[in-house]
Ligand binder design. Structure first.
Ligand code: SF4
Ligand code: SF4
Length: 357
């Protein structure tokens, strides 16, 4: 007789409460305040008087099984057996006993992990998946993160910035990543090169034509085969045609660059969102250490550190001094590439609050 079929497993996030430290579970929604006793450590105090200490350490976003096991073993041995990860790939351990904090920090440091990333520090750079998982990257975001954080280790470990600094990298020009105090994003500078022999076998031409935000792609017959052509005067080199049609290769060792944007911040209870602005473009995408991009980021951070008032976020600082002085103080050149003169935006970008279908 056929076995009874199992019921389908619902996908989606599991209930987070089962993984929470018991003190967190007990005091959910009932926290009175929190303090920062030392870099990398937070203490939260509940209305009930309960306290919980959090120790934060930086990790790479994509963890191998060995590292994950090691981090969990540290949590079992020196913590209370509970961990979670922040959106910037930091691991956090919770302990209900203050006496466990120092041994936990020592265990992490001895194993080579860096404790920090809280309050007015540079938190771990957040990044997207890149070559490991996605089909459109123009660079390896993880490599950029590793190279930069190696140089910003003191800014991660200590509280020596005016306020917290959130940085992001993304590995293509169009999708995830991007919004941060400093964002390092891919910038393609040449239209895609089309391999006409492959287009008819690999691409659904109507989908590719529809994908282009500026209607620069047209169907065409090339050498007797159905293919596509790009109006290079219209093309804004965004790379959106590459995912549905890999024969439209836009990645290029020389012409795919990095651009740096500054001043992005999400809205919160006290402030409106601010949008980041381009401050440096055409930076070589230069693995394995990306020295040019790192130098620009360090220059911006140094100027912010020296010039901003206490607790001013990057966007508040630029707002106060103005963009012309930002360029003067950082020494970054202001070029014609910083001026957005793309006229097509009036017709094709949604610039009103009306919902269109
Ligand atoms: S940034 Fe782009 S390439 Fe990177 S994971 Fe997101 S969609 Fe993929
Ligand atoms: S790179 Fe962007 S703008 Fe250029 S053809 Fe492809 S989708 Fe269109």
């Amino acid at each position: 007789m056929a076995q009874e079929m199992r019921s389908p497993i619902e996908s989606g996030c599991p209930d987070g409460f089962q993984y929470m430290h018991p003190v967190m579970r007990k005091n959910f929604g009932q926290w009175a305040y929190h303090e920062d006793p030392q870099p990398g450590v937070l203490v939260h105090v509940a209305n009930s008087g309960d306290k919980i200490w959090t120790v934060r350490a930086g990790t790479q976003r994509i963890l191998d099984v060995y590292t994950l096991r090691e981090l969990c073993d540290i949590g079992d041995k020196f913590g209370d057996g509970y961990i979670h990860f922040t959106i910037r790939s930091n691991i956090e351990y919770q302990v209900a006993d203050e006496a466990k904090v120092e041994p936990l920090i020592k265990a992490l440091t001895d194993a080579g992990y860096i404790v920090g990333g809280t309050r007015n520090s540079v938190a771990m750079l957040s990044h997207t998946q890149g070559w490991l998982h996605c089909d459109i990257p123009g660079t390896d975001a993880s490599g950029v993160v590793k190279s930069m954080m190696d140089e910003l280790i003191d800014e991660f470990k200590e509280w020596n910035m005016p306020n917290r600094v959130h940085m992001t990298t993304s590995c293509c020009q169009i999708n995830c990543g991007g919004q941060g105090d400093i964002a390092i994003n891919v910038q393609h500078t040449k239209p895609p090169k089309i391999n006409h022999d492959l287009v008819s076998n690999v691409c659904e031409r109507p989908s590719v034509v529809a994908r282009c935000p500026v209607a620069a792609i047209r169907p065409a017959m090339v050498n007797g085969k159905p293919s596509l052509e790009v109006d290079e005067k219209k093309c804004i080199c965004c790379g959106a045609c590459f995912p549905p049609c890999p024969p439209m290769q836009i990645n290029d060792a020389e012409h795919s660059k990095l651009a740096i944007w500054v001043g992005g911040n999400h809205s919160n209870a006290r402030g409106k969102p601010t949008f980041q602005k381009l401050v440096a473009s055409g930076i070589p995408n230069n693995p394995p250490r990306w020295p040019e991009a790192t130098a620009v980021v360090k220059k911006i951070l140094k100027t912010y550190k020296e010039d901003a008032k206490d607790w001013e976020r990057m966007n508040d600082w630029v707002e106060r001094i103005g963009w012309p002085r930002f360029f003067e103080k950082t020494g970054l050149p202001f070029t014609k590439y910083h001026i957005d003169n793309w006229r097509g935006a009036r017709a094709s970008l949604n610039a009103s609050t009306h919902i269109r279908f």
